[in-house]
Design a protein around this ligand. Structure first.
Ligand code: AP5
Length: 214
């Protein structure tokens, strides 16, 4: 099963990818997480990506396409995977379609988690991410057991660098301009499924299960 999570920044792609992983035991490939890990480790890729990410812009296609296509070659992807945050532009989607086509493969589901911009801006102010293991919480919707402390590893929970309200607005603008056209692209392939992102954690999980358990 090969799944793409589409949706604006903060719509819940990462949160609900985690739910699918737990149920179907396929890996999630999050380009955002891979890039943040590279920044943490100070790699050449991380150094090149940081400026774009802090400014709320997309990292250039050539830095992410090969990275993802190589990752899909790994053994753990043989039964499927979830792509979270990739593709994000039409050239990235075309590169993915081509790379899969060469192997006689294709994506099965493109799940578009839909939310209005203002609801996203309101929600993002409550997101907290563990500085150590990257787990995501929310001050209201998914609160940690102890305020400011990660349930999984005890790490410190922080606001992500790119979650400042002005950067969130910039990211939403970039999303509408460069990523939203993917909705039509995958509609054209007959694999787009629209999910109402305002349903709450359980509601969205159920809506996703209704699509992929069918
Ligand atoms: P990335 O890390 O992919 O960020 P994003 O797409 O902007 O998405 P987010 O991680 O911010 O949000 P999400 O949809 O996963 O929401 P979440 O589940 O956390 O990318 C960051 C940057 O990296 C980009 O801006 C770009 O610069 C670069 N980049 C990455 N990929 C790239 C690519 N392919 N090409 C070029 N550049 C790339 O949920 C948000 C909050 O809401 C959480 O607190 C959560 O607890 C809560 N929540 C989630 N779902 C629900 C729900 N149903 N009900 C209530 N609360 C919920």
């Amino acid at each position: 099963m090969k799944i793409i999570m589409l949706g604006a920044p903060g719509a819940g792609k990462g949160t609900h990818a985690k739910g699918i992983v737990e149920k179907y035991h396929i890996p999630t490939i999050s380009t955002g997480d891979i890039l943040r890990q590279n920044i943490k480790e100070g790699t050449e890729l991380g150094k090149r990506a940081k400026g774009y990410m802090d400014a709320g812009e997309l990292v250039p296609d050539e830095l992410v396409c090969d990275l993802v296509v190589d990752r899909l070659e790994k053994d753990d992807c043989k039964d499927g995977y979830i792509l979270d945050g990739f593709p994000r532009t039409i050239p990235q989607a075309e590169a993915l379609t081509e790379a899969l086509k060469e192997k006689g493969m294709a994506i099965d589901y493109a799940l578009d988690i839909e939310m209005e911009d203002q609801a996203i801006i309101d929600r993002m102010s409550g997101r907290r991410v563990c500085a150590k293991c990257g787990a995501t919480f929310h001050t209201v919707n998914i609160p940690p057991k102890v305020e400011g402390v990660c349930d999984n590893c005890g790490g410190e929970l922080q606001l992500r660098d790119d979650d400042q309200p002005e950067t969130v607005k910039k990211r939403l603008g970039v999303y509408h301009e460069q990523t939203a056209p993917l909705i039509e692209y995958y509609k054209g392939q007959g694999i787009l499924h629209e999910i109402d992102g305002t349903l709450g954690i359980e509601g969205v999980a159920k809506a996703i299960a209704a699509v992929i358990d069918k």
